[in-house]
Each structure stands twice: as C-alpha cells, then as structure tokens.
Design a protein. Structure first.
Length: 611
C-alpha cells in the first residue's frame, strides 16, 4: 500500500500542501490534544470512585499509569506545537505519539481493573481515540491508516490477554470481546474511507486556494500595471496639452507678426517706400515657423526610422556642421570652433544622417543658450570609441533639470516662450536618436554659470574603408539649374506659384501642374523631357505624386529614369520611397527654400548628362 491518495507530481507542491495543512490545522490539533489530556486526567476521578473502597492499592497503579500517559502526551504535544511546529514528519510523529500513548495506557488500565469491569468502563475511550486518529488534525490518510491498524492490533492482543486471564470466570466474556472487536474493526474501515475522502478534498481545496492566490496575484499585478499605465497616460496627456497650448501660442505669435508686417509693406508700397526691412522680418518670422514644424517632423520620423550603419568620416561631418551653424552663431555674437582629429580622418560606425542630426541639435542648443564666449566641437579617440564633445560657455544646467531636459517640449530658461528657442524637442530628438543607434551613448557635464558639455560616444570602425569623395560642392553651384527643365506639381496654388518663382529665379524653365489631368494634357503636347520632377505626394484629385511620377516616367521611358523630388508636408518615412525606382528624394515642406533649391540642384548635378 504505497498511498491511498495520489501525491502531487511536484515535490515542492507536495511540501507546500503539508506545510499548509500543518498551519491550517494547528489550532484544531492543539484543541483536540489538550481536550483529550484534560478528559484523560478527569477520568481519574472515575477510577477513584470505583476503586478507592474496593482496592486502594490498585487505584495507585491506575493513577500512576494515567499520570505517566498524561506527562508523555503533554511533552509530545508541546514538542509538536513548539520547536518542531514546521517540521512535517516530526510534528506528525509527535501527534501520533500522544494518541498511541493514550491508547496503550487505556489498554493497561483495562488490564489492571478486576474482571471485565475496566473493559466495560473504558471501551468508549477506544472508540473515541480511533475516531480522533482518522478525523482530527488533517493528518495524511496513509499515516492514519497505519496508526489505526497498530491500535486495532494492540486492542486485539489486549482482548486476548484479558480473555485468557478471565477465562471461565466472567459469563459471556468471549462474546462481548468479539462484538467489541467487530465494532472497532468496522469503525476502522469507516475511518479509512473517511480520512481518504478528507485528504482528497483537502488536496482539491489546496489547489483551488493556490489557483485563487495566483489569480489574485495576477490581478494585483495587472491592477498595478494598469494604474501605472493610467498614470503614464495621464502624464502624457498633460504633456500633450501643455505642448499644444505652447505650440498654439508660439505659432500664433509669428503669424501675427507676418500679418502686421505684410500690412505695413502694403502700405509702404502704396506710398512707393522701401519695404526691404518688412520683407526681411517676414522672411525671418516665417523661417521660425518652418523650424518649429521641422522639429515636430524630425521627432515623429524617428518612430519608424531604421538606421543604416556605415563607416562615416567625422571630420567631414563636423565641417559641414560648422558651415551650417556659423551664421546663427555670428548672429548671436559668439564663435563656433571645430577641432577634429590630428591623426587624419577618424572613421566611426554610425548612421550618417542620425549622427549629423544629433550633433546639429546639440550645437543648435548650445548656440541658443550661449550669449557670450562660444561653442567648441571636438573629438577624442578612446579605446574602442570616439567621444565627440559639444562644449559651450552658456548658462549651464542645474542638477535637478538634467533628466527633464531630455523630455519632450521641456525648456528650462524660456518662460516667455521665445520662439527663437524652438519648441523644446531638440534634446528629446537627440536622446531618441542615440537610443536608436547600436553601441552609442550620451554623456552630460554642466556647471551653472560656467557652461555645458554634451558627449556623444560612437564606436570606431574596426576595418579600413575607402570613403568616396564628396564632390557635391563642386557639382552644385548657382548655375546648376540654369536652362534645366523642371516639372512641378502641387494642388495648392500658392505653393505651386512659390515653387515656380523659386526655380525660375535660379534660371530654370518651369511647368506647373495640379493634377493627373494636367499631366496628361502636358504630355499630349509632346513637351520636353523634364530634368527633374518636383511634386507633392497627396493631391486633391485622388491621385498621388507617385502616380504623377510613374505617368511621366512611362511616357519618357526612352530617355531614362527621370529624377523625382517629393516636396511634401506628409509625415512619411524614407522607406515609402522604395516603391518608386531611384533616383528619388524626400524634402519636407518645413525645409527652407534655400535647402530645397540645394537638394534639387544636387540631384540634377548627379545626372549623367549634367555638365
């Protein structure tokens, strides 16, 4: 008989079940044990009432047996509920030692009594003890069966000895003993069935409580997670509301300035006065709006951008950045200096566009927050990486703001929402871009009143690469577009007119269309092959700039692939251009006109027949 009740497959779960049972039934075992000891001791008064007149010496022997059994049971109970409370095998053994001690003491007392008097007085005690073995304490069924069997066997031996001692002296003793043994055996069998059912039920209850506990734990985790998500969403919503409120204010300001200076220019034109100042203010203010939207576009593009890691020459990037930011630095009355490696070109493994955007944003941030002194950009070769530093002599950043400055729309020193300082997305874009690039990291040192140093750590290129020479500066000049034929397409008449004026000002020949029907009409005239197509992506007639490009390319297929520049305000990624064969280029409508002109000149200069 290995086990009446199947055990759990997991030993750990089996131990947990017994520990749980010991904990849950501790009070029940203690109550039953102390009650049994109290009843056992109280029965001494029954012994005294029966024996003190007939046989006082026998009373002493019976009292000694009761006292010894009480002491042994008490010690076993104290050990099982005290120092060995959570030792499964010892705790169970102590409980059964107490039960077995009382059982054997009861047999001894029955044997001490004269005739069958002790058997008749104490037989109910055997029934109660056997009931306790099978039902009290939540003990294992197998252990209860073994202990009950031992009790039944010792009871039978005690009956046999009593029968042999009183044989012929007590009438019908044999029949009484047989009937008693049968009743006790039936109780044993019923006890086996009961304790087996009790343990099966206890195991099912244990599993149910375990599952409930796990479900509650999962629910608590889910509730905490949901609470954190709700808190995060509330913070995001608050930040977005703050951003839109600030953006609304920041965009309204330059729009109002444009309207006012436009009106002033119109008035002066009517009086034949010089309007160059007003036009300069309008151009500068519209440029501020363009910069605002460019920051938003740059931030949104990072969500779907896939870095293209190639060897990049840091010296060329740094010199490009100096040319780009020298004008704004001079305008603020500060200097910008570049220190590149003294040991020749330093190659790093990075995405050139993202790397340049990171440094550009850091330099722009440094210029905006520096009123005197200057900005220094340099690089230091470390063990396996290059550290590029952007150091300024500006206002510095206090310690409590050094995490907040990388959050969206956060600006430390701009309570008046000066639009020249942007929307507060520059450093957030830096952080996201650095996170996108493998093995790149960002460092920050700052002292209020002394300046700030941002450090970008970029992995060095392990192997030697030959970088292609960039001849764009030679290829692109003011005459690149002179005489070229450019086809422009946009459904906004104002933008379309602006494009025509921009490219005609560079000496190009320009045709402007607004839809696919315009394109078909133009192609029907057997016009000249365009040197480049400049088109918006979303058009009002249900077609797209991609459709226009395919239609024109298909018509002039004999002349090769016509380059396409998508000039759009849509928030799309560069990967969207893959559905059209190269050469293609994406230029945002938030870009300045000079940048659009430069990019169109570059793509035209790259044509095989360009001179």
């Amino acid at each position: 008989m290995k086990s009446l009740v199947p055990k759990f497959d997991s030993p750990a779960l089996e131990r947990a079940y017994f520990f749980d049972g010991l904990r849950r039934y501790t009070i029940q075992r203690a109550s039953a044990s102390w009650t049994a000891i109290a009843i056992w001791t109280a029965f001494f008064f029954l012994d005294w009432f029966v024996l003190h007149k007939t046989d006082p010496a026998l009373l002493l022997e019976v009292g000694a047996v009761r006292m010894l059994a009480s002491v042994v049971s008490t010690v076993a109970l104290l050990l099982g509920l005290g120092p060995f409370k959570f030792k499964i095998s010892i705790s169970i053994a102590m409980f059964y030692v107490g039960v077995l001690t009382g059982w054997l003491a009861l047999i001894a007392i029955v044997a001490l009594y004269p005739g069958d008097l002790g058997f008749r007085l104490h037989y109910p005690g055997f029934l109660l003890s056997l009931f306790t073995v099978f039902t009290v304490g939540g003990m294992p069924a197998l252990a209860s069966v073994w202990l009950g069997g031992i009790c039944l066997l010792t009871f039978g031996l005690g009956e046999l000895l009593l029968y042999l001692r009183e044989y012929g002296q007590v009438e019908a003793l044999g029949r009484t003993l047989i009937i008693s043994a049968v009743f006790l055996s039936l109780e044993y069998l019923m006890g086996v069935a009961v304790c087996t059912r009790l343990e099966r039920a206890a195991r099912r209850d244990f599993i149910a409580r375990q599952n409930l506990r796990l479900a509650k734990a999962r629910a608590n985790v889910a509730r905490r997670t949901m609470k954190q998500q709700n808190k995060k969403m509330a913070e995001i919503t608050k930040e977005k509301e703050r951003f839109f409120s600030s953006a609304y204010h920041d965009i309204q300001q330059p729009l109002a300035a444009i309207a006012l200076f436009t009106k002033a220019a119109q008035t002066k034109l009517n009086d034949a006065a010089d309007v160059r100042h007003e036009l300069n203010v309008i151009a500068h203010t519209s440029g501020d709006i363009v910069d605002m939207f460019k920051g938003i576009q740059d931030y949104s593009e990072l969500g779907s951008y896939v870095p293209h890691i190639v060897p990049v020459d840091t010296a060329s990037v740094l010199h490009e950045l100096k040319d780009q930011h020298n004008g704004p630095a001079v305008a603020r009355g500060i200097s910008i200096r570049i220190y590149s490696s003294r040991w020749g070109p330093t190659l790093v493994d990075t995405d050139r566009a993202l790397f340049k955007r990171i440094l550009s944003n850091l330099i722009s941030n440094a210029i905006k927050n520096t009123s005197r002194g200057g900005v220094v950009v340099g690089c230091i070769v470390l063990d396996e990486c290059l550290r590029v530093d952007v150091r300024d002599t500006g206002i510095g950043i206090a310690a409590q703001f050094r995490n907040a400055i990388f959050e969206e729309y956060y600006q430390i020193n701009n309570p008046g929402r000066d639009r020249a300082k942007g929307l507060g997305l520059g450093l957030s874009i830096v952080r996201r871009a650095v996170d996108l690039l493998p093995d790149h990291s960002l460092g920050l040192w700052s002292a209020p009143g002394r300046g700030t140093r941002f450090s970008v750590y970029v992995p060095l290129t392990c192997t030697t690469h030959s970088l292609p020479q960039d001849n764009d500066d030679d290829a692109v000049n003011s005459s690149t577009l002179r005489g070229r034929y450019i086809l422009t397409c946009d459904d906004d008449p104002a933008v379309l007119e602006g494009l025509r004026l921009l490219f005609e000002g560079a000496g190009a020949l320009v045709d402007a269309i607004t839809s696919m029907s315009d394109a078909d009409a133009m192609l029907a005239d057997d016009s000249r092959v365009p040197d480049v197509i400049v088109t918006d992506i979303r058009l009002n007639d249900g077609h797209t700039g991609f459709d226009i490009a395919r239609r024109v390319r298909a018509h002039f297929g004999w002349a090769g692939v016509v380059p396409v520049v998508f000039f759009t305000g849509n928030l799309i990624s560069l990967s969207a251009l893959r559905e059209l064969a190269a050469p293609t280029l994406l230029v945002r409508k938030s870009s300045r006109p000079d940048f659009l002109l430069l990019e169109v000149s570059r793509i035209v200069a790259a044509l095989p027949h360009a001179s």
